[in-house]
Ligand binder design. Structure first.
Ligand code: ATP
Length: 379
């Protein structure tokens, strides 16, 4: 008899990418293209790590190297204690979930899920047992006899995930798995996927374009640009303590305001911005010198409309977004974007209105001024 209550076996292993480089030759042979440029990445056993960055930054190439579909130019890949750098994909014991689902159209849900076990010559009784366990885990019982064409996009993606899990892989790889789903289903599937991943404790690497998705599901977010890792941190630190302007600007909206350091004492810096003085916590991302320049990262939600606010501005644009209103505000020579979540209390402001703003100074983070960064080639 099928025992669907016994747990699905999982392996929890660390993954280590060391000095990983991938150079593609260009079509005209003129210059080599560094798609992934000497990256270092540790994924701890059971963690879900997301690669996030603009199109062409090297996310998929990194994922494909871990899967074994692409050989690195140099560097190494370890899964657990095994150096798998030159091991073929089918010997790595990793499974991948694709954006396109990649289900066999002529096989039923059950057969699709069982397929990977059958081709690995798993005994018939065990194939049935393991397939039913995963069908139960993924709540696919009522669909087990249907063809993929008789399922919605979300249901097909659940089958694709079931098919990956059933092989009991050491690592799960996700290549933008939710991109074909509409916004609501995408959110639902994102939460389901994270729950299953945590429940099974499978070490996972996940590629996405979507900042919110990355924050919602990840233990660690890795921001890439031009083949290099810009920052690898937990979602809170990525958002609140960005390493550079690129990370700050990629992870949500950021207003960069030029400031001058007036004083540094007890981990607090007094900074002049926009003709006013603010007090900000010092971080290790920037060396501060008295009267030296610094950039202040202020997120739109750090600004509040307040009669007691010390910043005077004029509204130059109003965008109503339901649960909040986004305003563009001219503050002297600078323009910032701010969000107002309390418009239902005090009404919506109009373009041209003069306002006073309060800045939540304790939230502001500091970066070296952008020019130095550009010179150092960091952005
Ligand atoms: N086989 C290949 N030959 C030549 N160049 C390639 C090859 N595969 C990828 N590239 C290039 O390497 C760079 C990184 O590609 P990759 O697919 O890793 O980016 P990505 O961050 O996943 O982008 P996207 O979000 O658009 O999928 C791109 O500029 C791409 O054109």
């Amino acid at each position: 008899m099928t025992n669907v209550s016994a747990p699905i076996k999982t392996h929890s292993v660390d993954v280590k990418l060391s000095n990983l480089l991938k150079i593609f030759p260009t079509h005209d042979g003129s210059e080599d293209f560094y798609a992934v440029n000497e990256i270092e990445l540790d994924i701890k056993a059971g963690e879900l790590v997301t690669l996030l960055g603009p199109s062409g930054c090297g996310k998929t190439t990194t994922l494909r190297m871990l899967a074994g579909f692409e050989l690195p130019t140099s560097g190494s890949i370890h899964i657990g204690a095994d150096n798998v750098t030159n091991v073929p994909p089918n010997k790595r014991n990793v499974a991948m979930v694709f954006q396109s689902y990649a289900l066999f159209p002529h096989l039923s849900v059950f057969e699709n899920i069982a397929y990977g076990l059958k081709i690995n010559n798993v005994p018939k009784g065990e194939v049935i047992d393991r397939t039913f366990k995963v069908i139960s885990l993924m709540h696919l019982e009522e669909f087990k006899d249907r063809l993929p064409s008789q399922l919605s996009g979300g249901q097909q993606q659940r089958v694709a995930l079931a098919r990956a899990i059933v092989t009991e892989p050491r690592v799960l790889l996700f290549d933008e798995p939710l991109s074909n789903l509409d916004a609501k289903l995408r959110e639902y599937m994102r939460d389901e996927l994270r729950k299953i991943q945590q429940r099974l404790g499978i070490t996972s690497l996940y590629v996405t374009h979507d900042q919110t998705e990355a924050m919602a599901i990840s233990d660690k977010v890795v921001i890439m640009n031009h083949g290099k890792i810009q920052q690898a941190d937990n979602p809170i630190d990525i958002y609140t303590r960005p390493n550079n302007h690129f990370v700050a600007g990629f992870m949500g909206k950021a207003n960069f305001l030029h400031g001058v350091v007036k004083d540094v004492k007890d981990k607090k810096a007094i900074i002049n911005i926009l003709g006013q003085t603010i007090s900000v916590s010092v971080n290790d991302k920037v060396k501060l010198s008295e009267n030296g320049p610094v950039d202040c990262v202020t997120r739109p939600e750090f600004w509040e409309l307040s009669e007691e606010g010390k910043f005077n501005g004029e509204i130059t644009r109003v965008i109503y977004l339901g649960n909040h209103v986004e305003y563009e505000v001219a503050l002297g020579d600078e323009t910032i974007t701010m969000m107002d979540f309390e418009h239902y209390k005090h009404g919506i402001k109009q373009e041209g209105e003069r306002i006073k703003l309060h800045l939540k100074e304790e939230c502001v983070s500091l970066l070296p001024p952008r020019k130095e960064y550009v010179k150092e080639g960091l952005v």
